[in-house]
Write a protein of this length. Sequence first.
Length: 108
Amino acid sequence: MIVRMWRGQAKASNADAYERFVTSRVFTELPALEGHRGAYLLKRSIGEEVEFIAVTLWESRDAIRKFAGDSIDHAVVEPEARAVLSSFDDFVRHFELAYGDCPAPQDR
């Protein structure tokens, strides 16, 4: 399993809009892609900003290409996200999952 991680940051006043966009639009479309195995959005307040880490799980790097295209290390940041983020990485990091023991997340 490959873990794909990306970081972005929004002003506190825009954080809810970003979270809504990612969880209701981007993350809801990912399960339709063969090889997608899950998604998490982490957040923490940093003064007047909120930092987000998007974590997606994939069966393989080939599965990631179905989402990101051939340049899998380049971040996919939709225009709606760009509009509310104050900064973001234009790259992502990929890790092989060495160990995992996490129950399925509960719906909010």
